[in-house]
Structures are given as C-alpha cells and as structure tokens.
Design a protein around this ligand. Structure first.
Ligand code: PGA
Length: 249
C-alpha cells in the first residue's frame, strides 16, 4: 500500500511547554475538511518530545526528535539516544539537518550512524541532504546530493524505514525556493539514486522537499512528481499556516 505524503514540522529551537496545545489546535483547524489527510509530524525540541507525543497521538499525528546520538547509551553528556526518543513516544528523528551539519560539524558518516541507530531503535530517520548556493551555481548540486545520499543513507533502506528530505541550504529560512523544474529534477535524481542502490525495496520511499515551504507555494511543490511531502520550518510554528500546508498535500 502506498504511503501517504508526510508533512513534517521542524520547530528547531522554538517553543515552550504550552505548545503541546498546538496539535489539538491544528486538529480543530483541519476538522470537517472532508479530505484524506497526509501523515502529520511534529518535531519539537527534545525536551518537549514526550508531552507533544501524548498530545499529538490523540489526533493521529506523529512526533519526532531533531537529532539523536548514534550510541544506545553511554558517557555522552548532553546527548540523547534513538531508544530514548522511541521510549518517549516518538516515531521519527531528523538526521543530518544542514544546521546540525554546520553548527555541530556532523559528517555524512555521523548522519549514517545516527540513521542506523534510529532504525535499530525502531524509529524512522528523516535524512537531510542539500547543496549550498555556491554549489548550485557551480553546477554541482546533483553531485553533492548524490554523494550525501551514498554516504548518509544506511544499507537497509525501505519505504517504511527511511525518509529523505531534500533541503537546499540556500532555501532554508530565506524565502528563496528553487524553480519547480529544479525541484522536479532533483527529486527525480534522488529517486533514480535510490532505485539504483536499493531496487524495489525502496519503491515509494518518501522524498520530502524542505526550504521556505509556505501556504502560497505548498500546493505547487507538493504536486511535483517524486515529492512525497514537506519538511517545514518557519511556517510550521503557527498552526494557521501549517494547516494550509497540510491541506495542500
Ligand atoms: P524553513 O526551514 O521552512 O524555515 O525554510 C526548513 C527546514 O530547515 O527544515
């Protein structure tokens, strides 16, 4: 059975405890629309995963964390493991977001290890890839993303156990978005890479687009072939705008 599109909110370092009311508020905004909804995922800061998971599950929404350490436990002050994320009621974890790669020096090998740890714990890693502006201008976008995929994605990739997010770094938080043709080309490229490496096992694996997704552009982006959902930052903080993106899927 084909998986539904996935619309994921990446709250980054935003929110407080009272944001646990947001899933309920979103459910109210979506009620009575008479449409099949996509899978809806909230990725709050780690401290709030547990309370968000309790709130979100009441409405059939999912919760994920924004990062995990590759080890199951150990002497890693300040880190959390995939098993802990699962234990707190979450089903997903973002791996290798460009802000983690930049702020914490995470490499493709780190992202792969985190993703393997997530799979082992029984949660789904959302593995982020994407080129910088300079790399796109130099015509290197596909080469960069191809290498990130080859090195960040574990060997056991199926549609049920992995999600990929294509997030051009220059589009994150800037209001800039690639042309629809460029998004289509990159998602087609990613699909071809996955097909070549994993074959039928990865058929239907969801490839999200992320980077300045807004209510105004969501419908056009989500209609592109091989776009299986969206990873939404800024526009996911207010449920009015997030609801419009959910309904565009
Ligand atoms: P943005 O962030 O929607 O604010 O551009 C997307 C992301 O970083 O996942």
């Amino acid at each position: 059975m084909a998986l539904k599109p996935l619309i994921a909110a990446n709250w980054k370092m935003h929110g407080r405890q009272d944001w646990a009311s947001k899933p309920g508020y979103l459910a109210g905004l979506l009620a009575g629309q008479g449409r099949t909804l996509p899978d809806v995922l909230f990725c709050p800061p780690a401290l709030y995963v547990q309370s968000l998971a309790a709130a979100a599950s009441q409405h059939g929404f999912y919760v994920g964390a924004q990062h995990c350490h590759p080890a199951e436990s150990g002497a890693h002050t300040g880190d959390i493991s995939a098993g802990m994320i699962k234990d707190c009621g979450a089903e997903y974890v973002i791996a290798g977001h460009s802000e983690r790669r930049a702020d914490h020096g995470e490499t493709d090998a780190d992202v792969r290890a985190q993703s393997e740890a997530a799979q082992k714990a029984g949660i789904v890693p959302i593995i982020c890839v994407g080129e910088s502006r300079a790399q796109r201008e130099a015509g290197e976008a596909e080469a960069v993303v191809g290498l990130q995929l080859a090195q960040s994605v574990p060997d056991e990739a199926t549609a049920q156990t992995i999600v990929i997010a294509y997030e051009p770094i220059w589009a994150i938080g800037t209001g800039l978005v690639p042309s629809l043709d460029d998004i289509q080309a990159m998602h087609g490229f990613i699909r071809a890479q996955l097909d070549a490496r994993f074959g039928p096992a990865a058929a239907g694996l969801r490839i999200l687009y992320g980077g300045s997704v807004k209510p105004a552009n969501a419908q056009d982006i989500l209609a592109i072939s091989n776009v299986g959902g969206a990873l939404v930052g800024g526009a996911s903080l207010e449920m009015e705008s997030f609801a419009q993106i959910v309904l565009a899927a």
